[in-house]
Design a protein around this ligand. Structure first.
Ligand code: TC6
Ligand code: NDP
Length: 270
């Protein structure tokens, strides 16, 4: 069920939103729900094929179109092209969702510098590049929103995924710094920290040789809400934070995880 059903149909009318990684998983759900609620949306990621497919699915589900542009968030020149494309098509972006990310299982002692850089350059530098590219126009306009897709309590570590944990911890810190620096100039900055959401990206990149069905079923038993998250759980929170209903919320990292980060021991409360 799409996340936009909770909200008034024109809630985001007048917004121009860029969603990185909007062709799949959580980013797709956010883009789809923003479109359904009246925003003009550009989805951006590396694969033109994935973006074209997502554009078609969004139009079929919402009856409204969005636009897409191939963009590698690691490349500043790509981000410059993205800003020019968005501005020419819809006017300057008023909302950016930094959702694009890379992650894969890698024990810390085997982590090569190239593997570390592959994740840090996508997750951390990518978030910096896109924000740095799009926020100046928001500051000039005196209004804007940045939403970073993060991780719950990343300072506690992310065993097996230390590169991604480090990147997400730094993004949470950027969220606070940017919120403070830009709060007086009309730009809010927040994070959403999703719990386990069984997307294709997770199945393909994080589970190694594990059978996805078994791995996901095992994870669900460790969640107080006793179910995995859905992309719609995350997109509904994104709509709230990026709407006027969230206008006094900035610098926060909203955990949306069915209680997963409470670390309830197995069988507790069963
Ligand atoms: C709870 C939080 C959950 C978060 C979830 C998510 O983020 S889900 C989002 C999940 N979605 C995605 O991740 C999106 C899709 N992901 C991707 O496209 C890739 O993961 C990528 C962006 C890292 C490739 O970037 P690129 O083209 O720049 O990389 P490259 O090919 O040039 O390799 C550079 C180094 O990294 C190594 N290495 C790379 N991949 C793997 C692997 N799977 N396995 C092991 N190692 C891997 C590779 O060996 C090499 O090191 P070496 O051996 O030369 O010393
Ligand atoms: N699913 C989960 O359990 C959790 C997810 N998250 C976070 O949620 C977000 C979405 O993850 P999810 O939907 O699960 O995974 P996906 O793999 O579906 O999403 C990753 C997206 O990032 C894009 N991407 C990757 N590298 C780049 C790049 N260099 N430039 C531009 N786009 C890029 C991919 O598109 P393309 O290949 O076309 O470039 C893809 O659409 C991520 O930030 C992730 O870290 C956080 C906690 C838990």
């Amino acid at each position: 069920m799409d996340g936009h059903r909770y909200f008034a149909p024109d809630l985001l009318a007048g917004e121009v939103a860029v969603v990185t990684g909007g062709g799949s998983g959580i980013g797709f759900a956010i883009a789809r729900d923003f479109v359904a609620l009246g925003a003009d949306v550009v989805i951006a990621s590396r694969s033109a094929e994935r973006l074209a497919d997502a554009e078609g699915r969004i139009a079929a589900r919402t009856g409204r179109t969005c636009a897409s542009l191939p963009c590698d968030v690691r490349q500043e020149a790509d981000v410059d092209r993205l800003r020019e494309f968005v501005t020419a098509r819809y006017g300057p972006a008023t909302t950016v969702v930094n959702n694009a990310a890379a992650n894969f299982f890698m024990p810390a002692e085997r982590m090569t510098r190239r593997a570390f850089d592959a994740v840090l350059s996508t997750d951390l530098a990518g978030t910096f590049n896109v924000t740095r590219g799009l926020v100046p126009a928001m500051l000039e306009a005196g209004r804007g929103l940045v939403l970073n897709i993060t991780l719950a309590e990343p300072d506690r570590g992310f065993p097996g995924f230390s590169h991604c944990g480090a990147a997400k911890a730094a993004i949470v810190s950027l969220t606070s710094s940017w919120a403070y620096e830009w709060g007086g100039r009309g730009v809010r900055v927040n994070g959403i920290a999703p719990g386990p959401v069984p997307t294709e990206g997770v199945a393909a990149n994080m589970l190694g040789e594990h059978d996805p069905a078994r791995a996901f079923a095992g994870a669900a038993t460790r969640i107080p809400a006793r179910r995995l998250g859905t992309p719609e759980d995350i997109s509904a929170a994104a709509v709230f934070l990026c709407s006027p209903a969230g206008s006094w919320i900035t610098g926060q990292n909203l955990v949306v995880d069915g209680g997963f980060s409470l670390n309830v021991p197995p069988n507790a409360g069963a």
